[in-house]
Design a protein around this ligand. Structure first.
Ligand code: MRU
Length: 322
């Protein structure tokens, strides 16, 4: 099943805020409703945002009078993942050919996503399988699975490929405060796939690596800049520091569409700051000031490899996407 799709003239998507309790499908008919779903993270994860951007453009072009305003709201619904605006651009590249062509291009983005993820999953599994002897124990952060994409997943695509080869040992899942994409979504996906895993609190992540429990860290990305810096869910940077200290590879699995050659380095990326309530919801004092960064920047020299559908790059050795 796809996390986001097009059926009978509208978007159908899993409401990711309702998992793991219930699997609820949303029907989205307007760009306004799509923007709202993106803002509240009912649709989330960089490649899924790319698909949402493309399908949203197909809805926007039906109403030429409000098209530009709608596209602007869509592009800026969340600022950090490059895929959202990329998805809009992919579909709008066909707008001179009319609304049907925009929709066809959008559906092409969805179809492509699954193919690319499988390719990068295989490539990442190849890389790990030749470096780790025996079953590979992976540690991951946030959710970079099928839910965060259209199908298959990026970091979890690598995990799935290892599992298919009978080379997966275990998965340690950081819970990923404050919205718990790890303990809610990654754990749900791994359970559905019958993959053994253990959820840890984010503050245990360095200890798991220091104790030698995981062979490698594998994460997704929201934006990779021209110098190889990786922007991903808050907590990724400390995980990379811990991996380096523990001498474990830090693997980033992402499609080429996540690479933004328009930005030189990670410090140029807008980091989304979200609502204080997300931080204070569990035992916080209402009204307390928070600094709820949703993402962080892992410097290129901490990234062992970036695996895409086309290549394996080694930023720590100075290889750059550009
Ligand atoms: O705030 P989210 O849940 O949209 O953040 C998602 C992530 O940070 C993922 O790791 C990233 O988008 C890669 S998903 C394949």
């Amino acid at each position: 099943m796809r996390s986001i799709d097009w059926q009978d003239g509208h978007i159908v998507a899993i409401d990711q805020t309702r998992l793991p309790g219930e699997l609820v499908l949303m029907e989205i008919h307007t760009v306004e409703d799509l923007v709202e779903a993106i803002k509240r993270l009912a649709i989330r994860g960089a490649p899924a945002l790319g698909a949402a951007g493309a399908l949203g453009a197909a809805i926007a072009v039906r109403d030429p009078g409000r098209r530009d305003k709608a596209l602007d709201a869509l592009r800026t619904a969340r600022p950090t993942a490059v895929n959202l605006a990329w998805g809009v651009d992919q579909a709008m590249a066909r707008h001179v050919d009319g609304p049907d062509a925009v929709l066809a291009a959008a559906i092409g983005v969805l179809d492509d996503d699954a193919v690319r993820n499988r390719a990068l999953g295989e490539r990442g599994a190849d890389w790990l399988a030749t470096r780790v002897q025996g079953p590979v124990v992976v540690q991951t952060h946030c959710n970079a699975g099928a839910l965060a994409c259209v199908e298959w997943g990026t970091a979890l695509g690598v995990v799935r490929s290892l599992h298919e080869r009978d080379r997966l040992g275990h998965v340690y899942v950081d819970e990923t405060r404050p919205l718990l994409q790890g303990s809610r979504l990654t754990s749900w996906e791994l359970t559905e796939m019958g993959i053994d895993h253990t959820v840890i609190v984010d503050s245990a992540a360095a200890t798991v690596l220091a104790r030698g429990l995981a062979d490698a860290v594998v994460v997704g990305a929201d934006r990779i800049t021209a110098n190889g810096d990786v922007v991903n869910k808050i907590g990724t940077y400390p995980l990379a520091l811990a991996a380096q200290r523990a001498g474990r590879p830090f693997v980033v699995a992402a499609p080429e569409s996540t690479i933004d050659l328009g930005l030189v380095s990670g410090d140029q990326v807008e980091i989304e700051v979200r609502d204080p309530d997300e931080v204070l919801a569990i035992g916080g004092l209402p009204g307390t000031a928070t600094l709820n960064y949703a993402f962080d920047v892992t410097p290129a020299d901490l990234v062992t490899v970036i695996v895409t559908e086309n290549r394996v790059l080694r930023p720590e050795l100075g290889e750059r996407p550009a």
